[in-house]
Design a binder for this molecule. Structure first.
Ligand code: 6PG
Length: 251
């Protein structure tokens, strides 16, 4: 199990700029990449940065985009992770529409789990039947959830399914989410986590020897490949500075 590589920056815009730059360099060395995107607000600055500065710097015909999770709402709903990515990124980079594989939030959840699992099995390399993403972008909620795996549904980390239906613990909103098994098969998982509201959980999840990590879904993400955390100073306020990498970044 690879130890997390933790990189810290001044603020969310700096995280977005650094990650976009590294993503471009990483893609320049590849012929193709299957990438899964998370939702929430953190990735929005990254999406804007990629849309504004990387339309021609990245060969988007090499990239296939998937989703880590999706709220069970129509794609034009303001809560739709796909809808947000469409508005901030997908409409601005010239990626082929056939390379965009959204989770259908408007569909019956169980049927969509079936369909999306089949789609992943068809498009991605399989390791013991589990689809292998080249890169998965994750966020973390202030409760330590990641994807749509919440602390009261830790069993989804070990689910035998590739993706499954989850339920938001407060709103009751149903979600489609990749399971822990799929997340942990990735060649590279990058967490982008910013803001003071995440500091306590970042300290628990990444703090060496901290008992808290296992209490939260984000603490159970240890991919077969690399694990990088991209945080800002506010999110890293409770973290031992010795754990933070300095020097050259690379994904
Ligand atoms: C979602 C995300 C979720 C998100 C965290 C962090 O659908 O909401 O996939 O896992 O990454 O909730 O959200 P913020 O970036 O808004 O803090």
């Amino acid at each position: 199990m690879n130890k997390p590589e933790i990189y810290s920056f001044d603020d969310n815009p700096s995280v977005a700029r650094a990650f976009a730059e590294c993503m471009q360099a990483w893609l320049a060395k590849r012929f193709s990449a299957n990438i899964a995107l998370s939702g929430g607000s953190t990735p929005n600055l990254l999406f804007r940065e990629l849309a504004k500065h990387y339309k021609s710097k990245i060969d988007w015909t090499q990239v296939r985009l998937f989703w880590v999770d999706e709220r069970c709402v129509p794609p034009d709903d303001e809560q739709s992770n796909y809808g947000t990515a469409r508005a901030l990124l997908l409409d601005h980079i010239g990626i082929p529409e056939t390379h965009i594989h959204r989770m259908r939030g408007e569909a019956e959840p169980e049927a969509e789990v079936e369909r999306y699992s089949g789609l992943l099995t068809k498009h991605l390399h399989l390791d013991q039947g589990i689809p292998v993403f080249d890169l998965i972008l994750l966020g973390m909620g202030s409760d330590g959830h990641t994807a749509s795996i919440f602390p009261d549904q830790m069993d989804l980390l070990e689910s035998a399914e590739i993706c499954t239906v989850a339920t938001h613990p407060e709103s009751g909103q149903r979600r489609i989410t990749l399971t822990g098994k799929t997340l942990n098969r990735a060649r590279h998982v990058s967490f982008l986590v910013t803001g003071a509201s995440k500091a306590e959980k970042v300290g628990e999840v990444l703090g060496e020897g901290k008992a808290g990590a296992n209490r939260y879904p984000a603490g159970h993400i240890h991919p077969h490949g690399r694990l990088t955390w991209w945080i800002d100073k506010a999110a890293g306020a409770a973290l031992d500075p010795k754990l933070i990498r300095t020097g050259r970044l690379a994904i």
